[in-house]
Design a protein around this ligand. Structure first.
Ligand code: ADP
Length: 238
């Protein structure tokens, strides 16, 4: 199962990606998590992208394309993957198409979790994240209930970065959905409701018999967002 998952910041796509990862046993490739792992590791790439993420901008296409090209050729992607956060621009989509052709694979579905902007702003303001496991929580808690790490605010969840993130998403990423829409691949899912209700809608949107080419099934595999960085399962990531 090769899936692309779309949703604005705060749409709940991380949560649904995690559900899909455990149901299908395929890795969840979240480009935002990969970049944050590079920043935490203090790598050259991390130092380069940190100021971009801090203001909610987009990392240049050539960098992102390189990262995803490497990631999709890792052995754990052989049976399929869920890509979350890429492609975010039309040039990224074109580069991914070319890579998929080279790999002899195709997408089974492009899922778009749609949530109104007002609701996104409400969900993101005050959201806290566990720096260890990346789970996110509404305001109120101080420690992660799973691993007791002190919760922090994600740098780009701060007020000044949230609005630009939503705006750039609407400007650059919605055209990518039109791009896949022309191929009849997009399922738009109403992102309101409980996590379980949304998960049911996501499952219902998937093809029952995925085409043989690129089809996958297999044991659960862990997501691998960044070299040398351990990625625990995420219960709620947006
Ligand atoms: P969000 O919650 O905003 O969807 P992500 O965790 O997916 O957050 O991404 C965080 C940030 O990482 C983005 O705001 C952007 O700066 C950068 N980023 C992630 N994926 C891409 C991409 N495909 N192209 C450009 N920038 C990206």
């Amino acid at each position: 199962m090769n899936l692309l998952l779309y949703g604005a910041p705060g749409s709940g796509k991380g949560t649904q990606a995690d559900m899909l990862r455990s149901r299908f046993g395929i890795p969840h490739i979240a480009t935002g998590d990969m970049l944050r792992a590079e920043i935490t590791a203090g790598s050259e790439l991390g130092r380069k992208v940190q100021p971009i993420l801090a203001v909610g901008g987009y990392v240049p296409d050539p960098i992102m394309i390189g990262i995803v090209q490497n990631r999709l050729q890792q052995p754990d992607c052989a049976r399929g993957f869920i890509i979350d956060g890429f492609p975010r621009t039309v040039p990224q989509a074109e580069a991914l198409d070319e890579l998929m052709r080279k790999l002899g694979r195709r997408f089974d579905r492009v899922l778009y979790l749609k949530v109104e902007t007002e609701e996104l702003l409400r969900r993101l303001s005050g959201r806290l994240v566990c720096p260890a496991c990346q789970r996110t929580y509404p305001p109120g808690k101080q420690k992660c209930p799973v691993d007791s790490t002190s919760l922090v605010q994600r740098e780009d969840d701060k007020r000044e970065a949230v609005k630009p993130r939503i705006e750039i998403y609407l400007e650059k990423t919605i055209p990518v959905l039109d791009y896949y829409g022309r191929e009849g691949l997009v399922s738009e899912i109403d992102g309101r409701g409980t996590i379980e209700e949304i998960s049911q809608k996501v499952m219902a949107a998937l093809p029952l018999s995925p085409p043989l080419k690129g089809r996958s099934a297999g044991p659960a595999e862990r997501s691998r967002p960044g070299a040398g960085v351990k990625q625990p399962p995420a219960a709620r990531k947006e």
